[in-house]
Design a binder for this molecule. Sequence first.
Ligand SMILES: *Cc1c(COP(=O)(O)O)cnc(C)c1O
Length: 240
Amino acid sequence: MIHLHGGQAVSITCRSDFQFDVGAMLDAIETNRPNLVILTTPNNPTGLAMPFSDVEKIVRAAPGFVVVDEAYHEFNTEASALSLLDDCPNLIVMRTLSKAFGLAGLRLGFMVARPEIISEMMKSRLPFMVDRMSEQVALLLLRNQELVKDRVQIILNNTRTLKEALSSIDGVEVRPTNTNFVLFRTSADPATLLNELADKGVLVRNMGGYPELVGFLRVTSGTEDENKAFLEALNSIVGK
Ligand SMILES: *Cc1c(COP(=O)(O)O)cnc(C)c1O
C-alpha cells in the first residue's frame, strides 16, 4: 500500500525476545522523519504489547501521523493510546469488532482521531461503506461495553489456562502474550505438527513465514472445550 502511494517503508524488526525495539524505532523516526508511523500493540503475530510510556514517546517524537492499531486492546493490560489524543493531534487509534467482540463477520472497525483529521478523511470515504445493520450493531455494542466485559474475562482466563497447560507439556516452549492467542513451538517440525493437528480437527497457524518466528505455531484460545481438544490432540502427537 505504501509503495502504491510512492512511499518508502522502513520496517523495524522486533528484538530476539519479540519485544518492540523502541530504541531502534525512535532512531528510525529521527533519521527518516516519516510522514506516517504504524504501531500495532498488542502486536500480531508476536502477541506482545508496547508499554504505554513507549507509545507516548513515539507519538511525541514522530513528526507525522502515528497510527496505533489496537485490534487486541481489550486483552491488553497496558493503557490505550486514546488518552494521548487531547495532547497529540498527530495520533490516530484504530479498533475493530473482529477480536474481543467476536464479530469478524460484521466487517466493522473504526478509528478515533481529532475532529479535524476525521473530517479530512470523510472527504475520501466511500459512500455506503458500512451497512445500516452493522452500524446499528456496532453502536449498540460500543454504548454497552459491559456486554463484552464478561466475555473478555472468560477469554483471558481461558488463554491463561491454555498457556499454563501448554507450558507443562514436555518440550513445548510457550511465549508470553497480551492477546487471545499463544505462540508456541515444539521439537517437532511445525508443518508436520500443523497437519497432524488438522487431521484431529484442530486448526493452528504456522508463523514460520516471519523470519523471526520460524518454528512457531500460533493457537487462538477458544472455549474451554476447544482448548481441551487442542491440548489433547497436541499431547497425543508430541507426548508419544
Ligand atoms: C484482526 C486485526 C485487525 C482487524 O481486522 P478486521 O477484521 O479487518 O477488522 C487489525 N489489525 C490487526 C493487527 C489484527 O490482528
